[in-house]
Design a protein around this ligand. Structure first.
Ligand code: SAM
Ligand code: ZN
Length: 278
């Protein structure tokens, strides 16, 4: 199993798997939820201005991914996650996915690496779905914006697909040759939908800022891909795309799309492969 660290304040002890759960040397104990994930969330970690995605957003993304809208994106990422990860053969690589969501990307990208893969999310609904889908991997309910529950320099790969990017912690946990894979929405992502809903579609490119943030902690962008695909969405897919993207689309804004039964929509993402500068 993926090695985790105790999240009790200032403890950081290695967690050992015992019959009744995970235990550190100081005796702190964590149970396995019946769905198969570990809750390492401390009471103070729940206090977050961003408590993770709402159940509605998680379920919308779950339906969206089940309909295959991310297949092309997965194809684009596979060359970075295939046979070797950060120079290590796939079966020995240790991978942490920050804001893993409902867990579709883990098994799609790291199919043969269940032992070395761990997904973290702050949404209980998301982590339950993920644990059900790929029980052989490790799933953790935790706040990725706090101290990450892993040892210094212990990971070969940190993944953040539209997820969290705690740069100082990523720097702490990555091994010297470790890589970081980041996906952020591209500037024309869902542009047609945004133009209809907000009556103005702002195009904002985010990836340059991510490269800047990451370079501040010694991670250099070694490859950038711009993924873009057009889909014809039906009304269910349109409302799922809205639900998983905009937290508080006003009723009046949503109403603008109620009569639309199908729409051509662009999906786009910037994909970054980063590595520590020697
Ligand atoms: C846009 S979703 C992406 C999920 C997944 N990576 C995917 O691409 O399908 C962002 C995820 O980050 C999670 N999240 C938000 N804040 C978080 C935090 N502080 N710690 C851990 N996860 C968080 C949300 O619950 C949500 O599942
Ligand atoms: Zn402890």
């Amino acid at each position: 199993m993926f090695q985790l660290r105790c999240t009790v304040r200032n403890c950081n002890g290695i967690l050992e798997k015992q019959e009744q759960g995970l235990v550190c040397a100081a005796g702190h104990h964590f149970d396995r939820a019946k769905e198969g994930y570990w809750s390492l969330l401390q009471p103070q970690d729940r206090k977050s201005t961003k408590p993770g995605d709402s159940d509605a957003a998680v379920l919308a993304r779950h339906r969206w991914l089940a309909r295959g809208y991310a297949s092309g994106l997965i194809e684009s990422l596979l060359p970075w996650t295939g046979a070797r990860v950060a120079g290590r053969s796939a079966e020995h690589a240790r991978i942490l996915d920050l804001g893993c969501g409902e867990g579709s990307f883990g098994p799609a990208l790291f199919a043969s690496q269940a032992n070395g893969y761990c997904g973290i999310d702050l949404s209980k609904r998301a982590i339950k779905l993920a644990a059900r889908k790929w029980p052989a991997a490790t799933w953790v309910l935790a706040n990725a914006d706090r101290v990450l529950p892993v040892c210094d320099a212990s990971l070969d790969c940190v993944v953040s697909l539209f997820g969290r990017r705690p740069v100082a912690e990523i720097d702490r946990v990555l091994a010297p040759e470790g890589i970081c894979i980041v996906a952020v929405p591209g500037e024309e992502d869902l542009i047609e939908l945004r133009e209809q809903v907000q009556q103005a579609g702002h195009r904002r490119s985010r990836w340059e800022l991510v490269v800047e943030e990451m370079s501040a902690c010694g991670l250099q962008c070694v490859e950038h891909q711009h993924w873009k695909q057009q889909f014809v969405l039906d009304s269910v897919a349109i409302s799922d795309a809205l639900a998983m993207t905009y937290r508080a689309v006003r009723y009046s804004q949503q109403a603008r799309l109620e009569s639309v039964s199908q729409m051509h929509v662009t999906m786009a993402a910037d994909l970054l492969l980063l590595q520590r500068v020697a």
